[in-house]
Design a protein around this ligand. Structure first.
Ligand code: SF4
Length: 261
């Protein structure tokens, strides 16, 4: 069975890419058609356009994540394939995703990886996922959705066998952080879309300071779709709050195994 690493831009999936080399590496980038979310470094536009095979306009992920993937490719000495889904604005006409209905992960991370697999393989592949020691419950959740051969389906097609090398080898977060200390790979302070609705309002408020244009996208999208990413508060209200104190960012990641890690 061919092997592949699902890379997210976080330190854990980068760690498995470095320490457990696979035949392939794949990264799914969240894209938007809003020019205000274009990378500050304009040189990245052409570079990412070439990687994704279409015009790159902007992303809701921290620009540093683009550098992470480019640096990581050099660090591991093998190619990372970039995939993209529809632009975030185009996923649905009249709704935005939320914690209960997280279709953004599915349509912009899992589906593009599945299509990449369809274009390149005729057999299922083993997919290394960056869950760490202590995250057994998340791995179990994923395995519970697999068939008796340990294969996971997308649209009823069994295409990948999830594999968790860091759980097998008892690798905890400290080991991952230590590994990357002083290395030539840049990482964002927080991984994933800067305004991800999984984040608490305090963290999101801080993100308005760090990534004002990208955070405005969430406000514009709520207004345009007349819908909310978070049931209890709008992003416009989050922006109005005065930051109370400095926030220690923890590394959040969702259970999909594709956002975060
Ligand atoms: S990081 Fe959050 S907003 Fe972005 S695709 Fe994942 S779940 Fe959706």
């Amino acid at each position: 069975m061919k092997t592949c690493t699902s890379i997210s831009g976080g330190q854990s999936s980068a760690y498995i890419a470095a320490k457990y080399p696979t035949d392939y590496n794949v990264f799914a980038l969240v894209t938007v058609r809003d020019k205000d979310c274009a990378p500050k470094d304009k040189g990245l536009i052409k570079l990412v356009s070439d990687k994704i095979g279409r015009d790159f306009i902007g992303t809701l992920e921290d620009d540093i994540i683009i550098h992470t993937i480019l640096d990581l490719e050099q660090h591991i000495g093998s190619k990372i394939d970039w995939v993209v889904g529809k632009h975030f604005e185009d996923l649905r006409k009249t709704s935005v995703p939320n914690i209960m209905w997280r279709y953004c992960t599915e349509l912009m991370k899992i589906k593009p990886m599945f299509k990449w697999w369809q274009e390149n393989f005729s057999e299922p592949i083993q997919m290394n996922i960056g869950f760490r020691a202590g995250e057994d419950k998340r791995a179990k959740n994923m395995l519970d959705r697999c068939n008796e051969d340990g294969l996971r389906a997308y649209n009823k097609v069994y295409w990948q066998k999830p594999h968790f090398p860091m759980i097998e080898d008892n690798v905890h977060r400290d080991k991952v952080v230590n590994y990357w200390r002083g290395k030539d790979v840049r990482f964002a302070v927080q991984n994933n879309c800067v305004g991800c609705f999984h984040r608490n309002p305090l963290t999101l408020r801080k993100m308005f300071d760090l990534h004002p244009e990208k955070m405005e996208w969430f406000i514009k999208e709520e207004i345009k779709k007349d819908a909310r990413f978070k049931s209890d508060i709008s992003y416009a209200d989050i922006k109005k709050h005065k930051p109370q104190h400095e926030i220690d960012f923890d590394d959040w990641s969702c259970d999909s195994g594709y956002c975060g890690l």
